[in-house]
Write a protein that binds this ligand. Structure first.
Ligand SMILES: NC(=O)c1ccc[n+]([C@@H]2O[C@H](COP(=O)([O-])OP(=O)(O)OC[C@H]3O[C@@H](n4cnc5c(N)ncnc54)[C@H](O)[C@@H]3O)[C@@H](O)[C@H]2O)c1
Length: 314
């Protein structure tokens, strides 16, 4: 069996590719090293697998590849490539989001029409829900993203649905709820906070810190992808949340300080546009239909992320 992981040098894509290879599978990884964050970090994400005989890495933009040819070589597609980040999706940079998140997804799906793939798993996001007090978020909720990024991820999800509906491309969309753990992107809150605590810096919290999230350990997200690919479910959308309860940002910072063993200087700033106050996944559907059971809770996942970041920053 051959698996295509797009965005394979990224945070989630590299963890997924590594797990598939550990299971003895063949993996083709595609990534163009967008400049959203440092290339060196992405190259480091690949260091465990780049020499693996079962891994073929293609450095290219999806929009420049012969996707029909590429998909003729694989059985499963895990489409993780995207321009991430809520706060940077405003203004002129939205062009990057339309290219990477909408156009690239549409072209991959168009190519998938002709291919005989068994499953096309799309990395969607809890940001499609927008700002709501209707918690926990259920797949059937009204979708009203409050950031251009969320709009682009929802467009990708809708494209997956319509290529399934009209052309029987076997798509499944997974709405990830704030993912953390080893290789977390350097623009994400946990990465920044842990780095600042480790290096005696200062952290800026947007808002009062009482915003809460359902944090999901990256290994659990990888598992959800593998379960979705192996299942016979098609045309469906699932929330992918974590093992723990919804928790405030202030509390997560205390947990980081406890793990590292020191306190950090904090300042509070105004809420960033596009940020949502709370997220919480209703996991009933994915537990029932895919037998998904997230395993790593916040404390253990944070410990693992701290250990990984110590190697980078200390
Ligand atoms: N990290 C989270 O908490 C989170 C939450 C919800 C959804 N997601 C989604 O999960 C996926 C992976 O996110 P991540 O956090 O690993 O981000 P990431 O930025 O670490 O990884 C994405 C990778 O895709 C690559 N890429 C982007 N556009 C490309 C293109 N046109 N061609 C080839 N490669 C391209 C980038 O270079 C990058 O390495 C994304 O689709 C993101 O929207 C992530």
């Amino acid at each position: 069996m051959a698996h295509l992981v797009t965005g394979a040098a990224g945070f989630i894509g590299s963890n997924l590719a590594e797990e598939l290879l550990a299971k003895g599978e063949k993996v083709i990884g595609v990534d163009c090293f967008t400049d959203y964050y440092a290339r060196e970090l992405k190259e480091k994400n690949l260091e465990n697998i780049i020499e693996d005989d079962n891994f073929k890495f293609i450095e290219a933009d999806l929009l420049d590849l012969d996707l029909v040819e590429l998909l003729s070589k694989v059985d499963y597609v895990y489409h993780q490539a995207a321009q991430a980040g809520v706060r940077s999706s405003w203004g002129q940079t939205f062009d990057i989001y339309t290219d990477c998140n909408i156009r690239a997804t549409q072209q991959l799906l168009e190519a998938a029409k002709e291919a005989e793939i068994k499953k096309f798993v799309y990395a969607s996001s809890s940001s499609v829900y927008g700002d709501t007090d209707n918690l926990p978020m259920q797949e059937t909720n009204r979708l009203q993203p409050v950031s251009p990024y969320g709009v682009s991820k929802l467009a990708g999800e809708n494209l997956c649905y319509l290529y399934w509906k009209n052309f029987e491309v076997p798509t499944v969309s997974l709405r990830y709820f704030t993912v953390f753990g080893e290789r977390q992107r350097p623009d994400m809150a946990f990465h920044i906070f842990i780095k600042e605590i480790l290096t005696d810096g200062k952290i800026t919290i947007f808002g009062d810190g009482k915003q809460s999230r359902n944090f999901t350990y990256v290994g659990d997200v990888v598992e959800a992808n593998i379960l979705a690919a192996a299942s016979d479910v098609e045309g469906e959308i699932f929330n992918v949340g974590g093992a723990g309860e919804r928790i405030t940002l202030n509390r997560t910072i205390e947990m980081m300080e406890d793990i590292i063993g020191k306190e950090v200087e904090k300042e509070y700033d105004t809420v960033a546009k596009g940020d949502v106050k709370h997220t919480e996944a209703d996991e009933t559907k994915i537990r029932q239909m895919l037998d998904y059971k997230p395993k790593v809770g916040l404390k253990e996942g944070l410990r693992r992320e701290v250990e990984w970041l110590k190697k980078i920053y200390l």
